[in-house]
Design a protein around this ligand. Structure first.
Ligand SMILES: Cc1ncc(COP(=O)(O)O)c(C=O)c1O
Length: 433
């Protein structure tokens, strides 16, 4: 299958002269020619060579209502005409905060930032400030942004991870401030007893346990039954806060995120991506007693672009839609996801290919593995990730855009036709593997 990519190749060559590596985020590096988008609409992208793609990347998750949803575009345009940036207070930020309070169980009080990494930074600082303790417990395979203090043990090589009972704290990049590792404790996820043992070893030191409540950065993995409840009671027993990183799960699995979907309410949570329907806004939210430390000015929180008026207008439009249309939205995201997952499973089974397709539906993962289930980072790392990248490239050639590591995001505007087209493309791609 040959796509014309002449203009994309020209642009990439030109980009490499001016932009380091030709891309502005390492997440956009590609095994082939990176995608040069001309425009996007609904569930589709068009590249500069005129190729159309059914898009399951959705900007790495934000475009939950699809690309250019009219209600968000109108809100953005209306606000842009009234002012792009104030770095001052405005009524829309109050409306968004109030709506977050209504939708998200843990959101008594909120503070806004611009991107997820910043909100993660804020949440960890708040946890340390509130508890007066130095250390954060994070889990192997979980991603909380690209800042130094948390870019450890996200995707470590399996030969560097150490024993499962005491995972090594593995740096994520050259140039990282390694002293941060001293304030981090890494644990295996989805294992209550090991979490309890590691907390015991660090008694009175842990300010917070931070996790993706549904792991979406190393496969898409649900917490084992009772695991979130166990983490919550262990955190409170140890005087540590529980932080949910809902940058992906937020507004994707339920109006109030994974905490709403799974019924476990953390002390603090962070949101980003889907919150602003394609614009850039993030939030740290929490219980009143915790956020009071920020309210009282005891814990610093700042940012020139915080509660950016245009991003807040986009957030208000997006969240209002998700809130008022909740039953239709989530019914659709789950049923489309289920239909696509079922079709992919069948396409693989028909060709005798061991493809595991798993996840709640609004986001899910494809893994090349014989394993019946993937339950933690080490399982994920043991899957054939090179085959996944090859599959992603073959899908792209056939007009389907997915996240290279095997993650798929659904939007409310993917159609039945898009799903049928995608299953056919996947069947063809699998046959070519
Ligand atoms: C779970 C999670 N937390 C935090 C982040 C960081 O967000 P951002 O890329 O907006 O800084 C991401 C980004 O993918 C994420 O998936």
């Amino acid at each position: 299958m040959v796509r014309k990519l002449d203009r994309s190749k020209e642009l990439f060559a030109e980009a490499c002269k001016h932009i380091a590596g030709g891309v502005s985020s390492d997440a956009r590096r590609s095994a082939g020619v990176p995608l040069y988008v001309d425009h996007a609409s609904g569930a589709h992208l068009w590249d500069v060579d005129g190729n159309r793609y059914v898009d399951y990347v959705l900007g790495q998750g934000p475009a939950i209502l699809g690309h250019c949803p009219p209600i968000v575009v109108e809100a953005v345009n209306a606000q842009a005409a009234r002012g792009l940036v104030y770095s001052a207070q405005h009524e829309t930020e109050i409306d968004v905060a109030r709506l977050l309070g209504k939708m998200v169980p843990s959101a008594d009080l909120v503070r806004f930032n611009t991107v997820g990494s910043e909100a993660a930074h804020a949440a960890l600082r708040i946890a340390r400030g509130v508890t007066g303790r130095p250390k954060i417990l994070k889990f192997e395979g979980h991603y909380h942004g690209w800042f130094d203090q948390v870019l450890f043990s996200v995707h470590p090589e399996l030969d560097s991870v150490g024993p499962i009972a005491h995972p090594a704290t593995v740096a994520g990049t050259a140039g990282q401030q390694l002293s941060s590792a001293g304030d981090l404790v890494v644990a295996p996820w989805n294992d209550r007893d090991r979490l309890a043992a590691i907390l015991e070893e660090h008694r009175d030191e842990i300010a917070a346990i931070v996790m993706e409540p549904i792991l979406c950065n190393s496969g898409v993995i649900m917490p084992a039954p009772g695991y979130l409840e166990a983490a919550q009671s262990l955190a409170s027993e140890h005087g540590a806060l529980l932080i949910f990183d809902e940058v992906i799960t937020g507004f994707r699995v339920a109006p109030g995120g994974a905490q709403d979907y799974l019924g476990v309410v953390p002390d603090l949570a962070i949101f980003g991506k889907a919150m602003a329907g394609g614009m850039q806004a993030s939030a740290v939210v929490g219980r009143a007693e915790v956020m009071e430390f920020v309210a009282a000015g005891k814990i610093a929180h700042a940012g020139t672009f915080n509660s950016h008026p245009v991003a807040m207008a986009a957030s208000l439009a997006t969240l209002t839609y998700l809130d008022t249309q909740r039953s239709a939205v989530y019914e659709r995201l789950f049923s489309l996801g289920e239909k696509l997952m079922t079709g992919l499973r069948k396409a693989a089974a028909d060709r005798g290919i061991a493809l595991l397709v798993d996840g709640p539906g609004p986001m899910f993962q494809t893994y090349f593995t014989d394993a019946a289930a993937v339950t933690d980072y080490r399982d994920f790392a043991a899957t054939d990730r090179a085959a996944m990248v090859r599959f992603q490239q073959l899908l792209l050639e056939r007009g389907v855009n997915t996240v290279a590591r095997g993650l798929w995001f659904l939007s409310t505007v993917h159609s039945e036709d898009d799903i049928t087209f995608t299953i056919d493309a996947a069947a063809d791609a699998l046959a070519a593997m």
